[in-house]
Design a protein around this ligand. Structure first.
Ligand code: ATP
Ligand code: MG
Length: 230
């Protein structure tokens, strides 16, 4: 079992390849402190998603160690690891049901009040309360009436309820208008409070708001620093 963590993430001399003899990373090392937001940027195929896959242990590394609060991710159950490491995918998973049920998916025993509270924190409440049946509005898995931005806000609320200390976010590339972008950035800022985050970032606003940027390429971190430094 993984105990509750603060969110300290260390890669120590990590070597990994999906196929033998084709390493994506060799001797990769870095240290991310609790609460830091890291933007992962770099060309397609550079290994941004691979890094996030390794933190949540979707794959095992060949050499080195990945430690969260000093605990090797191989030494704990996947279930308890993924309780502490939350993954938010590009395309938010929405199932057929009410908005309430979709948000509550992050914490099945959450009360309606808790769901609303979470939605308020991440700025999802404003659009939900305008819907005809509010939190009880039924949405469909496909062809729903929700916009890409609204789906993101729902996933923010859901993630806030599940409360992982390490958060992985593969930012959507889909174009959104400036107003939505501002809203999402505000919601995300609140979601990230008190968490360590790795964001595969496409938006300049996300990159600017991160504490450090890792430029990935050539099987290593080419550069690392804040937006102002780089
Ligand atoms: P993008 O910006 O396109 O998402 P990325 O930086 O996230 O790219 P990765 O998905 O980490 O890149 O891929 C890094 C390398 O690993 C690529 O050469 C890719 O082809 C390879 N790769 C990724 N996933 C797998 C997999 N499941 N099996 C085999 N090779 C993979
Ligand atoms: Mg990727």
């Amino acid at each position: 079992e993984m105990p509750p963590v603060k969110g300290d993430v260390v890669f120590q001399d990590v070597t990994f390849g999906y196929k033998e003899g084709q390493n994506i990373f060799e001797h990769l090392s870095f240290h991310v402190k609790p609460g830091e937001t890291i933007a992962l940027v770099g060309p397609t195929g550079a290994g941004k998603s691979t890094i996030t896959n390794l933190i949540s242990r979707f794959y095992d590394i060949q050499e080195g160690q990945i430690l969260i609060d000093g605990i090797d991710v191989r030494d704990v159950t996947l279930k308890s690891l993924r309780h502490e490491v939350g993954v938010m995918l590009q395309d938010t998973f929405i199932f057929s049901g009410t908005i309430l049920e979709n948000i509550r998916y992050g914490k099945l025993d959450a009360t309606e009040e808790e769901v609303k509270e979470a939605a308020k924190v991440v700025r999802a409440h404003d659009f939900i309360k305008e819907l005809k049946e509010g939190y009880h509005t039924v949405v469909q898995e496909r062809g729903s009436t929700l916009s890409a931005g609204q789906r993101q806000l729902i996933s923010f609320a859901r993630t806030l309820l599940s409360d992982p200390k390490v958060l992985i976010l593969d930012e959507a590339t889909s174009s959104i208008d400036t107003q939505t972008e501002v809203l999402l950035q505000e919601g995300l800022d609140h979601l990230l409070e008190g968490r360590t985050a790795f964001i595969v970032a496409h938006r300049l606003s996300t990159i600017r708001n991160s504490d450090r940027i890792f430029f990935i390429g050539d099987r290593k971190i080419l550069e690392s620093g804040s937006h102002a430094e780089l």
